[in-house]
Ligand binder design. Sequence first.
Ligand SMILES: Nc1ncnc2c1ncn2[C@@H]1O[C@H](COP(=O)(O)OP(=O)(O)OP(=O)(O)O)[C@@H](O)[C@H]1O
Length: 523
Amino acid sequence: MTVDKHQFFRNVTLSLCCSLDLEKALFKCFQYIRKYIPADGLQFDITEPNGATVSIVRVTKEGVEIQDILIPFSPESIEEEQRYFEKKENKKIDDVLIFNAPNINPISKDFAKVLNLKEASNLVLPVDFEDSFPATISLYSFSQHAYTADHAKLFSAVKEPFSMAMSNALRHRDVQNRSENFKKETQRLYLELMKISGDKIIGAESGLKEVMTLARHVAEVESPVMLLGETGTGKDVIANAIHQFSKRHEGPVVKVNCGAIPENLIDSELFGHEKGAFTGAVSQKRGKFERADSGTLFLDEVGELSLVAQVRLLRAIQFKEIERLGGTRTIPVDTRIIAATHRDMDELIKSGTFREDLYFRLNVFPIHIPPLRKRKEDIPALAHYFIEKKAKDLNLYPPQRLAPRAMDQLMDYDWPGNVRELSNIIERALILNRNTPLTFDHLHINSATRNASEIPRDKNDDDIIPFDDMISQYIVKVLKRTGGRIEGPNGAAKLLNMKPNTLRSKIKKLNIRFHRTKAQKPS
Ligand SMILES: Nc1ncnc2c1ncn2[C@@H]1O[C@H](COP(=O)(O)OP(=O)(O)OP(=O)(O)O)[C@@H](O)[C@H]1O
């Protein structure tokens, strides 16, 4: 078959541009080229400065193989190669080299040996592109003397489209590698951080034993999980554990607090948006669903989702694909869903605020996390764990020991705020008892059936203010004394024996506003 050079150029260019996927594009291109130039394969190679060549891609009738095969050449081969091209019969034709009997040509011989090409003819087209070493696209045929000068001329016509396609493909590959490395690095740092912050699951062998057994079982499969439990029981902690036990553990775990995002932003938060999708959408944004691709999406407080967002969530779970706001194309997502709520979902369904069909999708494998009052055996281990951890975080290490009655006080309390409340109470005790053993005298000793709201007020209750307010007031008092100075020898951090950054984050968290003034003299 013959073809006009322009037509050949046009069709090779079109097939190289037909897909962003290099493999698809090269395969299509190869199919076309074979109609006019005999070829059993097409190959892309890059030569490094030391002469060694890396074979990057090989396309055959069977398909495309992305490979990174190093082909080392001896200095003798390179010298011999130069002599080979000094001979008249071996000159290049329109920049294309013809090797019709590779066993005679030293370089070609080395290639054939490493790539197992046996007896073959080669047509080699040097391609060049910015910022890269010399590269070639070559066609090979398993018969000797397969290539003519006409083949070489035709092949030379596609030097530019190949240069561009391969240059783009290499850049794309580079970006993909970087993003892959970035993902792995993030995961490594996350695990590292978990180790440093000592985040472990206390009670895994006692009060949470059953929960942990269920978590391990469900982690092995892909089913959605629904974590049910009062606030502060550790739903976040268990969601993380399921992700870590699962085969997705190298992927991201992305958390969305559905209750904390305003209704008008939740769609964009979950599904992302295209530029200009709404006022304020100044650039394209990937949603949490996309970010959790190949990992786990943790939908905390799922009961708070608006009905509109529920419809979109249901679609995303059913079809495993999403559409960004203002977008037209669907994006496949491979995400495992873990949802959590402290709400009574049956009530929400009855009142029409939560879709039953979505609930059935999410509630495939429910895990109930018991409140702390029902697993009091975990309290001693949790208390010791938080004393150590918080003392380090607050720079109050080594911590005070517990006063003799302290553990009984903790055991007698019902913990309506569960593990979070215990952790806060310990933090408060560490701050207040700098030089004395830790006590918890302020804790109401509840009966097992009473909860905090039912405790009768006594006249001393007027002294009791929320824990965070108490800390805020204390920090404000110290800041007044230091004239708003945080760092330095006369700063608040020094007085409180804390790291300045820990104090800054506390101030931010508690939303404390203050100004620099003249420091007050201590009274
Ligand atoms: N078993 C546990 N071991 C160690 N720390 C725990 C444990 N359970 C909870 N915590 C800690 O207690 C705090 C509250 O836990 P978490 O945020 O997981 O609760 P939650 O049930 O998700 O709360 P909410 O319903 O308010 O989102 C966190 O700081 C967490 O690290």
